[in-house]
Write a protein that binds this ligand. Structure first.
Ligand SMILES: NC(=O)N[C@@H](CC(=O)O)C(=O)O
Ligand SMILES: [Zn+2]
Ligand SMILES: [Zn+2]
Length: 349
């Protein structure tokens, strides 16, 4: 039973999503309204097919996203470029001029649509130098791809082998370690200087790796980096609810057609956009830290990116409701995390 003092409504400065996958084409008709209903801004990840590697491509993608906004929605996508072994340094200047805010590092082969990613970080040093000079952020999928490293250890090993040397070589580059999943990462980010921050997903705050294996294999709980042990989930909750400005909201909402999740070789990614704030509220409430949600969701991200805080508000109400089983995704359907299940909080329209 909840304490008498537990609030029944929660009003926050409208949050932003600092890591989402809106995909492209017909999928935008689903993903953009979902994200726009929850967030004022969202970092649109560039791992499209083909990936976004030029300022012109990022601008064209921005226009496709804007065209999918529901009438009256003020939602603003924040654009990113995809770092490859040969992203030229002068593209960084064009990107900045086009309003691109960050560049995403995917180690080649680490995750969905990362085949064009970086094979050796040294090949990108001139580009990273340009980013450092021009103030573009580097967003990082922090897992090594070395097949000899255990899947559950790939984040911790990435910090040691890649992130630590990178930060030493580019001390003024702002880096976001995306979707952290381990105590090691939370600790490393907390201890680092002011140019390193991290996003945390709702699903990594709510679930540990048991969720993937309970009642048969559960592909809708399969994402990368994969869910970890309970002790890591607890460390992430502690970081997110600590009030530290180094941790902020990034859903990593990653829709895949249901038939590519419910099959052999299932794709990695959890679709959380339709109930993102509801899921975060659940996680923060379970930790007795609803008062820390606004900083995490609405204040720390803009501060790190050097962007203004939003001026409108959202309200969540304590109200049971059932999340739909699926949503259309072009010709296919996408099943959200917690499809058909009850949520305890509901975002008010
Ligand atoms: N998180 C995931 O499991 N998948 C993401 C890619 C990513 O963010 O790594 C996707 O694009 O599907
Ligand atoms: Zn990733
Ligand atoms: Zn992602």
């Amino acid at each position: 039973m909840r304490a008498m003092s537990a609030p029944d409504t929660l009003t926050l400065i409208r949050p932003d999503d600092w890591h989402t996958h809106l995909r492209d084409g017909a999928a935008l008709a689903t993903t953009v309204p979902h994200t726009a209903a929850q967030f004022a801004r969202a970092i649109a990840m560039p791992n499209l097919k083909p990936p976004l590697t030029t300022a012109a491509q990022a601008e064209a993608y921005r226009q496709r996203i804007l065209a999918a906004r529901p009438p009256g929605a003020a939602f603003e996508p924040l654009m990113t470029l995809y770092l490859t072994d040969n992203l030229p340094p002068d593209e960084i200047e064009r990107a900045r001029a086009a309003g691109v805010v960050a560049v995403k590092l995917y180690p080649a082969g680490a995750t969905t649509n990362s085949d064009a990613g970086v094979t050796d970080l040294r090949r990108t040093y001139r580009t990273l130098e340009a980013m450092q000079r021009q103030g573009l952020l580097l967003l990082v999928h922090g897992e090594v791809t070395d097949p000899d490293v255990d899947v559950f250890d790939r984040e911790a090993v990435f910090i040691e082998r890649v992130l630590e040397p990178l930060r030493r070589d580019f001390p003024a580059l702002k880096v976001v370690l995306e979707h952290i999943t381990t105590r090691d990462a939370a600790q490393y980010v907390a201890d680092a200087g002011p140019n390193l921050a991290a996003t945390i997903t709702a699903h990594h705050l709510l679930y540990n790796r048991n969720a993937i294996f309970s009642g048969g294999l559960q592909p809708h709980y399969y994402c990368l980096p994969v869910l970890k042990r309970e002790e890591h989930r607890r460390a992430l909750v502690a970081a997110a609810t600590s009030g530290s400005p180094k941790f902020f909201l990034g859903t990593d909402s990653a829709p895949h057609p249901a038939h590519l999740k419910e099959c052999a070789g299932a794709c990695a990614g959890c679709y959380t956009a339709p109930a993102a704030l509801e899921l975060y509220a659940e996680a923060f409430e379970a930790a007795g830290a609803l008062d820390k949600l606004e900083g995490f969701a609405s204040l720390h991200g803009p501060a790190f990116y050097g962007l203004p805080v939003n001026t409108t508000r959202v309200t969540l109400r304590r109200q049971d409701w059932t999340l739909p089983d699926s949503y259309p995704l072009g010709e296919a359907v996408v099943k959200p995390l917690r499809a058909g299940q009850t949520l305890r909080w509901r975002l008010q329209p």
